[in-house]
Design a protein around this ligand. Structure first.
Ligand SMILES: Cc1ncc(COP(=O)(O)O)c(C=O)c1O
Length: 428
């Protein structure tokens, strides 16, 4: 991918750059937790397995030259500061950001989405302004907006949250969005890859049809590290990533903020090492990305993100996407004839061969929770329930979610589908 320093976009072909699958026999050896287990891990949408370099980086931080970063002037501290700068640069390049100043380290995807609501929403929104959102998205892309609305109401500002629909393919319904966009729309927020349906939303259909003042927020928690992705190509003003879903450690997230919004943000966590100064005029910004960062950072988590990015780059995200697509299609084909099985919205309903490593379904005669329990006992590790979708989205249905990554094999998919078939025959 491009260097963040380049500042231009010579090519815009990343979304279509999906390479052919390559032999992946040795990939599993990179992931120690897989090597030591006989279970089949099909829950990478919850968190990915951790490759050895990530594990070693975290271990090494705690066992050698442990220090804080961005503070001391002795070599242990300054080396760490330099390494964090390099990770930020690498992350910026990885997601196609134009500058590292657009990359904020957060405590996770949830923290990043709340940072958008609090640092942008509190500062910017007026009475009557509207946010368009998907009530069937992950709660972390729903609750922060409701929280923001409640907070603003306490100060006499009443904003509207306008829900939009999801298509049968599990994507944001762009026709519905377009119908609901109005003169007071300030933000459209969406998951890039839906965490239950596995549908991809780029909002490409809306390009050129929206008032450029409307900001776009993409929750890329499920797509980051799973497919080639370029935030500039997406037209994102905000984009959110969860490091632990891209081979990194929990407690580390990334908030991309396009530079055009930088002067519209309030500090999120004012405190030590934040990008603010206390002057006679109150807190004044000293710049991004520190404006939205505060306190001691998750240093091992950020260093581990650097190692995770190295692994992702060496495996090639295009290869990962192609592998996930092949597994998704095979899973759908294998599950389609199972009696009583119904797919939730998503690629299973698409007329063409699409798929991004997430498939959810229900089975007649057994609840998703019970099915998940039985599958778990048989060694298939899948997620069941609502998958953190808000219960208030009344269409929300408990389901079984299968999610794959580069370390999953065709044989695992076949064994899983055969097991579901056997259970279906017993319960129907
Ligand atoms: C789409 C999506 N957004 C946000 C989150 C929240 O991520 P985190 O728990 O790392 O804050 C998740 C986690 O499952 C997710 O799938």
């Amino acid at each position: 991918m491009r260097s963040p320093a380049s500042g231009t976009h010579p090519t815009r072909t990343i979304t279509t750059r999906i390479s052919a699958p390559s032999p992946l026999a040795t990939v599993r050896e990179l992931f120690p937790a897989l090597a030591e287990s006989t279970e089949i891990y099909l829950d990478s949408a919850a968190t990915t397995q951790k490759p050895l370099p990530v594990v070693e980086t975290i271990h090494r931080y705690h066992t050698s030259r442990t220090a804080n970063a961005g503070r001391g002037t002795y070599p242990w501290a300054t080396e760490l500061t330099t390494r964090l700068v390099r990770v930020r640069d690498r992350m910026a390049a990885f997601i196609g950001a134009e500058s590292a100043a657009e990359v904020v380290f957060t405590g996770g995807a949830t923290a990043a989405l709340n940072a958008v609501a609090l640092s942008w929403g509190l500062a910017e929104l007026d009475d009557g302004d509207e946010i368009l959102y998907n009530p069937r998205d992950h709660a972390s892309n729903v609750h922060p907006w409701h929280h923001l609305r409640q907070l603003l109401a306490r100060f006499g500002r009443h904003i509207e949250l306008v829900p939009y629909r999801v298509t049968e393919l599990g994507e944001a319904d762009t026709a519905d969005i377009l119908a609901k966009v109005g003169p007071r729309t300030r933000l459209i927020t969406t998951s890039h890859l839906h965490h239950v349906f596995g549908g991809l939303t780029t909002l490409e259909e809306l390009r050129g049809k929206l008032d450029p003042r409307i900001l776009l927020c993409f929750d890329c928690s499920q797509s980051g590290g799973h497919m080639p992705l370029d935030v500039t190509e997406l037209g994102a003003d905000f984009a959110i990533f969860a490091a632990h879903k891209m081979f990194g450690a929990p407690g580390t997230g990334i908030l991309y903020c396009h530079r055009r919004v930088h002067n519209r943000l309030l500090p999120f966590l004012p405190g030590g090492n934040t990008g603010v100064d206390l002057t006679d005029a109150g807190l004044t910004s000293t710049g991004m990305p520190e404006l939205l960062e505060g306190g001691t950072q998750n240093i091992p988590g950020i260093l581990a993100l650097g190692s995770a990015l190295e692994v992702l780059e060496s495996l090639d995200v295009g290869v990962i996407a192609a592998h996930n697509r092949a597994l998704t299609l095979r899973l759908i084909d294998n599950l389609r004839p199972v009696p009583g099985l119904e797919f939730l919205p998503g690629p299973a309903h698409a007329p063409c061969a699409i798929g991004y490593g997430i498939v959810s379904f229900t089975l007649a005669g057994i609840s998703a929770t019970d099915l998940g329990f039985v599958l778990g006992e048989l060694g298939f590790l899948v997620r069941t329930g609502l998958h953190c979708s808000p219960r208030a989205g009344d269409e929300a249905t408990d389901s079984v979610r299968v999610s794959t990554h580069i370390y999953n094999t065709v044989e695992e998919i076949d064994r899983f589908a055969a097991c579901v078939k056997t259970i279906a025959e017993e319960v129907t």
